[in-house]
Structure formats: C-alpha cells, structure tokens
Design a protein around this ligand. Structure first.
Ligand code: ADP
Ligand code: ADP
Ligand code: ZN
Ligand code: ZN
Length: 762
C-alpha cells in the first residue's frame, strides 16, 4: 500500500471539543502537513493543540502499556470532547527550561558531546582510552576535584575574614570559630601568632601558617581549664575538612547557614572548569583538546572539525558537523557545547529541543510547537521554517501555535481561532490556505494585509540612564545611554547581547528598575490573579462583613479549605522523571471550599462563584460596589488584555506571556518607574500587540521609562528610540551598532535590523 498517500489523505478528527473555552469545536487537521494555529491570546489555540490533541495522544499511548508501566506514567484525563480520532504519537516541543541539572550542557543534550568523545578516544594523542574516559558524567573521565561539575565551593576569604581585626577582636567571621570557642583557641592561643595583631599586618609566613600550616602540636585549653595538646591545622584546611568536604546537608541548620555565608562557588582549580580529569584533558587533535572544543562557538567548531582530514577520523567529525549545522540552522551558532542548558532562555531551549528531534528517524509523529519563533530575529525565522519543513517532509505532522507572519507564511493549512478571547473565543473562525486567510475577514487576515508606518514623532527624552564599561560574556566594553521618559526597543539577532546588556548590566547599574519578565511567579500553587493583585483580601473582608463571620472562613488557604485537596481544587502528583500531573479534586469538584462556606452569598454569589468569574465579568458584577481596592486591579487586568482570566485561575497554569502581563497589571498605576521587559509580545497575536503598545504608551505617558527587548517589528516601529546590538551573535556581536529614532534606523546601512525594518514597510 502507498503509505505516503495514505498519510496525506488522513486527518486528525475532532468532534465537539469543549476543553477550557472551546465551544464544541469540530475540526479536521490534515496530517503530514504544517498546520499553523493563529488567533488572539486566550482564543483557544493551546486548548486545541495542547489541551486536546497532545493530551489525548499521550493518554492513548499510555493505554498501550501494561498496568505495571502505566502506573508509573503520568495519568491524563480524557479531554472533554465527543470524538478525538486518528491521532499519532505526539511530541511536544515547548519553551519549558531544560532542567536545572548542571551536568546537562548543549553538548550532552544534543548528543554531539558523545560523538566528540568517540573522536578523541580514537584519534586524540595520547588517547585516554575508551570513550567514557572523556565523559564528565562518568567516574572514569570526571575531574576528581569537582566531580565533573567544573566548579567547586570553597571558603571565600573576603567573606570569612575581617583583616582589619585581630583574632582577639573576632577576625574570623564564622560563628563556630567565634572568640572564646575551642576552634578559635587553636589559632588565637596557639602561640604562633600575636592574637592582638590585625590580620592585614600578618607577614607572608604568618599568612601561610594561619591558612595552610599543619603538623604542629599546639597547646589547648580544655573545658576544665587545664592544658592539653592538639595538632595544629591551617584555617582553610580545617574549614574545608569540617565544612566543605563533608556533606553540607549533614551539618546542623545553624552551621550550614553560617558556612553558606562564608563560601563562594569558584571555577574548579584542578580542571579550570573543563570538568574532565588530567588524562582526558591532555589528549590533542591538531593541537586542540576536548576542553577547547567545548569552549568554541558552534560555528567555529564546525570549521575546526571540517579541517580534520584523517580518513578514519573524518567520518566521525562529519557526523558531529551534521548535528552542529542543525544547531546553526536554528540560529544558535553562537552557543558553545559546554554551555549549561539551565542558562538558556526559553526560546533557545525550544530550538535546541528541535535539533534533538531532527536527529531522530521517527516518522508518522505529530510534532507540536509553541511559538517557536520566540527569541528569533526576523533574519533567522526562515531557518526555523526550513526545520519545520524538514520535519514534515520526513512524514510527520507539524502543528504550530504561532503569531509571526513569517512563520504563518509556510503553513500548508491555517486554523484561525477566535473571534475573541476566553468566552468570546473558542471557535474556529477560519481554516484553509494562507492566501485565503489573507483575503478573509478575520482579525488575523486583516492584520496580515496591513502595513504600518514607523513612528515619525518620537517623544523627547527627559534625561538619560547610562551603563558604562559592560563587558560580561560577549559585550565589548559597551557604554550605552537609554533615554528616560520614553519607550526604547533593544534589538539585534539572538546572541548579540541584548539580555546581557539590559537584563544584566542595566538592571545591575539601576537597582530601582523593575524587570517585568516571564519567569514563574513565586508563591504557592494556590496563588491566583485574585491573590496576586490583592483582590482576594478585599473579597474576604466583604463576605465576612456581610455575614458577621471571620474573614478566614473565605480563605481556601486556611479555615475555608476543602479537606481533601487542602484548598488547591486539584490533586497534584509530582513524578520524579516526568511532567507533574493534576486532576480535579473529587470532593469539592475544583471549588476549593468546604460546602458550608459556599452557603454564604453576596448578591447571590458564593465566594467560589466570585472566583470563577473572569476579570471582565467581575468588573461588571462589582461595578455598583464602587470599591477602588477591587475595581482598580480588575481594570488593570482588563487593560493588559487579561480580562478573560478567571480570578481564581492558578497562576501556575498561565503561559509566560500571560505571567508577564499580570506582573505588568500590578505596576500599571505607578509613576516615575523604570521598566524592563524581555520580549513582551510573546504569546500575543498581532491585534494583541496593539493592546500591549497602548499599554506601554500609557505607562510612558504616565511618567515612566520603558525598555523592551523585542524582535517584533511592529513594536520597533512604534518605539521612540532604538538601541540595536550586533552586528551578529556571540563573539561577532556585543557592540552597539545603532542608537537613535526609528526614522534614523531606516537610513542605517550597517544594522541587520534596519534591513528587515525597511522590508517590512514594502
Ligand atoms: P491561546 O492558546 O489561544 O492563547 P488558551 O487555549 O490558552 O488560548 O486559552 C483559552 C481559554 O482557556 C482562556 O480563556 C484561558 O484562560 C482558558 N484556559 C487555558 N488554560 C487553562 C487552564 N489550565 N485552566 C483553566 N482555564 C484555562
Ligand atoms: P541576546 O539576548 O541578544 O539573545 P544574550 O545576552 O543572551 O543575547 O547572549 C550574548 C552572548 O552571551 C552569547 O554569546 C551567549 O552565548 C552568551 N551568554 C549569555 N548568557 C550566558 C551564560 N549564562 N553563560 C555563558 N554565556 C552566556
Ligand atoms: Zn574540576
Ligand atoms: Zn477539594
């Protein structure tokens, strides 16, 4: 049977899907195609793609295992739909950070490291042996000093000692060595030093003796006051032996806290951060060691490997090059293999995951992407498109949630969700080809047809905020001026240094500036928009007053909580190796409260009913109540485009973009602040970007300074000032290529961003 034709003919069938806001969605998704899902934020794209297709695929796949394995897999609830049929196994490639484990690097995660290890074991001179001897995750290869971590925790003398003081005055700033303790006596009463001499006056010999000396017998007073003798041990040796080399978790809480205060993490002195033992590091190919390979930018490593012409080594090098090119293809050529994956941004992490999947030879899968263009400059988006096309051409279905017109352009089929967000969305408003979408009357179609001009009347700065001599990572001694009282867009290709300059150097130099980012919001699993914005406290008071009971009763964190789920509304199962799973609590059915609490009502609604309202509904419901402490935060939610969120929604279920906007809502009515936002358009439809811009304009007009790192050219066009970094990524970047107004940028010939801005106007 011609399988290719069959795959193409097939469609994923969804009938009557009601997940989240979906309104009985019936949809046929063609298989073996690139299908892009568009629509405003909150319209239901994720509910179809992740909530319905991915969840049901996983669930059906799990059912094929024996109960023994199934018990160890996450439990998925069947999505609410009449029919979900003809699915293929789904691979979700999302923006979740790649683990916090410091043993995971770009090299290990892409499997390129294992190829490099084989290369060195066969061709390195001298060879350290088999390939595991080049692995920092194997005892045979790891540096014995740091255990393959590349860094060690050591006493930090600047923290441990106050050199202006003498031993008698308490120069050792670590409580187990405080004046009068037996450990202090070892030094102060050893007779080796003058206990009244400030440490900074110690001679070189005294320092050596104090920190590293050993082998002496020194007098020591025991508890009864009589003299004993003890072997002397230098302070650092002793500190290391008792507090560092021992498992820190074995120390008492008090000692551990004290120890943490006087240590710092340092590059391992033995391997200099290269993680490997001496034998592995000594091996050379063409004068370069495995550590040099790890430190090189991917693009340079490709050149180095391509130069290997030994007939036996060349094929291995070739295998590494093929994978490294994929890293380059996703626009990450500026990374090095030794970069820890925990330091990558969400967009970088997602693109690296793509590299891993491209290496696999699986076909007939469904790959699902969540806005893969995040963090990518318009210049690089076409390379991402190539990868999506490759995945499709291997016989896979590729489902993509995207807002970028450049990605939408390669869709074989578009599903446009809407028309609005939340209850105003949840239907398919268009499906078909990109050309037909452009001609359609949907919001997406309209926006795809439109071209907007650049801002020709930028605001005048009220002053300047500077950063000077920034030289971290790839920054080349950058001095930058950011105008106060206006909206600045910081642009440049991925890896050019935007985050290092803005989220790093600028924030460090201006501690009053607030970073409004997409990171997780602290607090418990029970945190919600209502608790985060302080609405919950007011609601509790209101309900309590109306019924003459204690406010605590209306808290699902304490007195009012459902006994089964403790007020979470869901049962949360954390599985060590997989994504955590949540299921709705069977006792309160997700309402979080004990039944009797729900009997107390205000204007016909219980506290749970009130928390089930969206911000927009709540605005109407509490309108007459006229309490600014409730209405102001509700309006702020609506203003940042989150009017569709229910007040009790778990913050942990929000997307990165939604988190960022809820943080923004919290700042909306303040003045004189400096705000830094990293890619605030993430998760936003072109129409949502308008709302965001209106919001940023309001912040600026209210006397605030706003700096955004952005790739979206519509934001760049509307900024008052642009700082463009580059010219390229990694070591080819790190300089300011351009600073000025949008009109000035249009005339610039060196900036890559200028080039794409010009194209976007035609
Ligand atoms: P999109 O992907 O288009 O931004 P979503 O599918 O994420 O939209 O959201 C559609 C609607 O479903 C919104 O009203 C959103 O608040 C709601 N929703 C999404 N995820 C959840 C969830 N985990 N719990 C409750 N409601 C949710
Ligand atoms: P952008 O924000 O423009 O994408 P970044 O500021 O993230 O660029 O990166 C600039 C350079 O600094 C790149 O070469 C990147 O690899 C490097 N870099 C960024 N963060 C780290 C880190 N935590 N460790 C090592 N190098 C880093
Ligand atoms: Zn080491
Ligand atoms: Zn419950």
């Amino acid at each position: 049977m011609p399988t290719v034709a069959l795959v193409n003919a097939e469609t994923i069938e969804i009938v009557g899907a009601r997940v989240h806001n979906l309104r009985d969605v019936t949809l046929r998704i063609p298989k073996g195609k690139i299908v892009v899902f568009t629509g405003v934020s909150g319209s239901g794209k994720s509910s179809v793609v992740f909530g319905t297709v991915a969840v049901e695929s996983q669930r059906q796949l799990n059912e094929t295992f024996t109960w023994f394995i199934r018990n160890r897999l996450p439990k998925y609830e069947r999505p609410d739909a009449d029919v979900i049929d003809n699915l293929a196994p789904a691979v979700v490639v999302d923006q979740k950070p790649i683990g916090g484990n410091s043993r995971s690097t770009v090299g290990t995660m892409t499997d390129i490291q294992s190829i490099i290890r084989v290369l060195f074991s066969r061709h390195g001179v001298p060879s350290a042996g088999e390939a595991t001897r080049y692995s920092f995750n194997d005892p045979l290869g790891m540096c014995p000093e740091c255990g393959g971590l590349g860094h060690v925790v050591r006493a930090d003398l600047d923290k441990l000692l106050d050199t202006g003081k003498s031993l008698n005055e308490g120069a050792i700033r670590f409580s187990p060595f405080a004046v009068g303790t037996f450990q202090w006596q070892i030094y102060a009463e050893s007779g080796l030093f003058d206990p009244d001499k400030p440490l900074r006056d110690f001679t070189a010999e005294e320092w050596q003796l104090f920190l590293h000396g050993n082998g002496f017998r020194v007098p020591r007073l025991n508890k009864t006051g009589s003299m004993g003798h003890n072997a002397y041990e230098g302070l650092l040796e002793r500190f290391d032996r008792l507090y560092i080399k021992r498992d820190l978790s074995a120390l008492s809480e008090k000692n551990r806290t004290a120890a943490m205060a006087v240590v710092s993490e340092q590059t391992c002195p033995s391997c200099d951060g290269a993680r490997l033992n001496a034998a592995a590091l000594a091996s050379r190919i063409g004068g370069l060691g495995i550590a040099d390979y790890g430190r090189m930018e991917v693009s340079d490593l490709i050149e180095t490997l391509a130069a290997i012409d030994d007939p036996v080594a060349a094929p291995i090098a070739g295998a590494a090059i093929a994978r490294l090119r994929r890293v380059e293809d996703v626009g990450l050529g500026y990374l090095s293999l030794d970069r820890e994956t925990s330091t990558l941004s969400g967009g970088e992490a997602q693109r690296l995951k793509v590299v891993r999947h491209l290496g696999s030879s699986l076909t007939g899968m469904t790959y699902i992407f969540d806005e893969p263009s995040v963090g990518m400059h318009p210049r690089d988006v076409h390379r991402l498109n190539e990868l999506l096309i490759q995945l499709r051409d291997k016989g896979n279905s590729v489902l993509v949630v995207e807002h970028s017109p450049d990605v939408i352009a390669v869709a074989d089929h578009v599903v446009d969700m809407g028309p609005g967000a939340g209850a105003d969305g949840g239907t398919v408003v268009f499906q078909g080809s990109v050309e037909k979408l452009r001609a359609s009357g949907t919001l997406t179609g309209e926006r795809l047809r439109e071209t907007r001009p650049v801002n020709e009347s930028p605001r005048t700065p009220t002053g300047w905020l500077t950063v000077s001599g920034a030289d971290r990572y790839n920054l080349k001694n950058v001095t930058a001026r950011f105008p106060a009282g206006v909206l600045t867009a910081v642009t440049g290709v991925a890896g050019s240094g935007k985050s290092t300059l803005v989220s790093g150097a600028f924030l460090a130099a201006h501690p009053d500036a607030v970073a409004v980012d997409q990171s997780a919001i602290g607090g418990s699993r029970r945190s919600s928009p209502a608790t985060y914005l302080g609405i919950m406290d007011q609601l509790r008071q209101l309900f309590a007053k109306a019924h003459g009971v204690k406010p605590g009763l209306f808290s699902f964190n304490s007195a009012g909580a459902c006994a089964e789920c403790g007020g979470a509304g869901i049962i949360f199962t954390d599985l060590a190796y997989m994504d955590p799973v949540t299921t709705v609590c069977q006792t309160c059915h997700g309402r979080r409260y004990r039944p009797e609490v729900l009997g107390y009502q205000v204007r016909g609604a219980s506290i749970a009913d009130v928390l089930d309202m969206t911000a927009s509904e709540a605005l109407e419901f509490w309108h007459e109540h006229d309490d600014a402490r409730i209405l102001t935060p509700l309006r702020a939610l609506a203003d940042v485009g989150l009017g569709y969120l229910t007040l009790g929604r778990a913050l942990s279920s929000l997307s990165g973009g939604e988190r960022q906007r809820i943080k923004l809502a919290d700042h909306l009515h303040r003045r004189g602040g400096v705000y830094v936002l990293d890619e605030p358009t993430t998760g936003l439809h072109m129409a949502d970007v308008d709302t965001l811009m209106t919001l940023l304009d309001r912040l600026v007009d209210g006397g605030n300074t706003v700096i955004v790192i952005e790739h979206d050219l519509e934001v760049v066009k509307r900024a008052d000032w642009i700082v463009d970094l580059g010219p390229d990524g990694g070591k080819h970047g790190g300089e300011i290529v351009f600073a000025g107004t949008p009109t000035e940028l249009l005339a610039d010939r060196r900036s890559i961003t200028a080039d794409y801005l010009r194209r976007s106007l035609t």
